[in-house]
Design a protein around this ligand. Structure first.
Ligand code: SF4
Ligand code: SF4
Ligand code: SF4
Length: 241
């Protein structure tokens, strides 16, 4: 049997001694699903809000109760019950596209915070399983409902013969999870930078077009004024004759 809830045991203490700022340490505990269920636009903004005192530690459903306990452990405060108003804790899942139904509209590609989709306009889209954090954000945008979430059955195999076996398995799994979180964090940061860069490029292009249009209009106005003046001179000279 695989037990997911075991994975985060001791994570709070591990994070405390991992170095970095307090925000880094809080962020290191968060699952990096980037699902925004905590009411913040990703794990890092939520970590910053916790450290500022603007958010409670119990707002992250993907982290579950064990995640709340780990945050309490790190911050040396009383733990609290996971706030279910932010959603239910689900087993780790990944998105799978039904290629027979997909129409290649790319809406899921735009919605994915970690760029886990491959594909482009009118081409069948697929999810790179190793990059998917299971955030569900692609589900509501699909117009033909062809994305399914499937459980990955990750966790720690139980039972154990002794404590050594348990701690070995725990250490191995936590290391693996920490690498996955780091990867998701980097992909999210890259995604955010790419979106910001694209926005800036579009704004710069628009600005250039506006300048060119204004120049053209100014030029046209000047030309029109020249023509009007020439026409006036012709009529005046005709009138004098
Ligand atoms: S996993 Fe989702 S709910 Fe949890 S901190 Fe990250 S963005 Fe917020
Ligand atoms: S593929 Fe879907 S579920 Fe997976 S990370 Fe991207 S948006 Fe989230
Ligand atoms: S949103 Fe749905 S239909 Fe559109 S590309 Fe993605 S999976 Fe295909």
């Amino acid at each position: 049997m695989k037990e997911n809830f075991l994975i985060n045991i001791g994570l709070g203490y591990a994070s405390k001694f991992s170095g970095g700022s307090l925000v880094d340490q809080v962020d290191a505990i968060l699952p990096q699903t980037q699902c925004a269920q905590c009411d913040f636009q990703g794990c890092r903004p939520y970590a910053e809000a916790i450290v500022r005192g603007d958010a409670q530690i119990n707002q992250c459903p993907p982290g579950g109760q064990v995640g709340v306990d780990a945050l309490a452990e790190l911050l040396e405060i009383e733990t609290m019950t996971l706030n279910k108003e932010h959603g239910e804790t689900k087993p780790k899942r990944i998105a799978v596209v039904d290629e027979k139904i997909c129409i290649g509209c790319t809406l899921c590609i735009k919605a994915c915070p970690v760029d886990a989709f491959i594909g482009s306009s009118k081409v069948m889209t697929q999810v790179v399983a190793s990059e998917c954090t299971g955030c569900d954000l692609c589900l509501p945008v699909c117009p033909v409902d062809c994305i399914d979430m499937i459980e990955t059955n990750e966790g720690i195999e139980t039972p154990f013969l002794n404590y050594y076996q348990f701690y070995d398995a725990l250490f191995e799994k936590q290391t693996e999870e920490s690498i996955q979180r780091e990867k998701a964090r980097n992909r999210f940061n890259f995604h955010e930078k790419r979106i910001a860069r694209n926005k800036k490029e579009r704004a710069d292009l628009l600005q250039k077009k506006m300048v060119a249009l204004t120049e053209k209009m100014t030029k046209n106005t000047a030309q029109k004024e020249k023509i009007d003046a020439a026409m006036r001179r012709v009529s005046e000279s005709k009138a004098e004759k």
